[in-house]
Write a protein of this length. Sequence first.
Lengths: 299, 53
Amino acid sequence: MSKLTIDAHPPLEMAERMEDVGVSKATMDPQSMFFLAVLAGSFIGLGGEFFTLVTTQSGLGFGMNKLVGGLVFSLGLILVVVAGAELFTGNNLIVMAWVGGKLTLAQVMRNWIIVYVGNLVGSVATVLFMYFTNQWTFAEYQVGVNALNIANAKVNLSFTTALTRGILCNALVCLAVWLTLSGRSVADKIMAIVFPITAFVASGFEHSIANMYFIPMGLLMKGEPQVLEAAGVVAADLAALNVHGFLDNLLVVTTGNIFGGGFLVAMVYWFIYRRPQVRARVESEQDQPRSFVTDRASG
Amino acid sequence: MIDLLNLVNVGITVLVPAIVWTVLLVGLFQLLWEPIRNARMTSQRVAPQGRSR
């Protein structure tokens, strides 16, 4: 009879599990991978929508408003992890299976490309759904104004700011995913997700997939005269808020996200926990044939 | 101090994209090259059988 335990999985086990999860994610059939990615894009979009709504005229101070916004945004990653979906930023952890020699770089790229495109489709579909709900007209168009301001702030970031915010964002997202591997129950996983995600959102870090919701939503709001009037802005104030600005932001933030998740979390944890094991295995494999030859020679 | 910050700034803005995009380009190349290599290997395996007939 198996022993019931509530202890968290130790980091060494988490690293082994992450490699196995990485292999199963990267070798999944492309159709399932794509549709799970579309789901993840919509889930993150729903988190973004919840964030926009709750932070509109909340009446809270700066820090508390950010904190509440971060807490509600956690919905996105909770849905991704618990319900099951393929999120590009979380999948940057697949790098662990690559450096562990269980996957080729081509397999990692195949997963990232399909998942990135799926995430974009899911996010943009959520933007369209949200637009037609007319939620942006709530509070005398202030929800729309908030969406507009969020998007405009994102497309006006400098290269270095967007890059460093992208790096730190995905370091926290991947740490959240990494922590979920320590959990045994749904409650464990939710608890593991909430604080890192709240920290990244409250800190104003940049998440490429969340931006696939926030910036297109801002683009739609830019075309709404009532929202522009309520925001008290003119077209010149929103000069950078266009498709070019969106793609520029995505390029830089995605680069930062890959570095933060793939290099600063995945590679670092692989180096700490898996490299000694892999080295020990290779060394024992090198020793075995020699002893076999010696045995035969002596026999 | 300011020189050090400028150096770190340049390091981040140049090195991070360079590392990431190099890995992505190598991965993309491998992804595109893999089917071509597999096709070549298959044709090489089939060719001798054809001759033996």
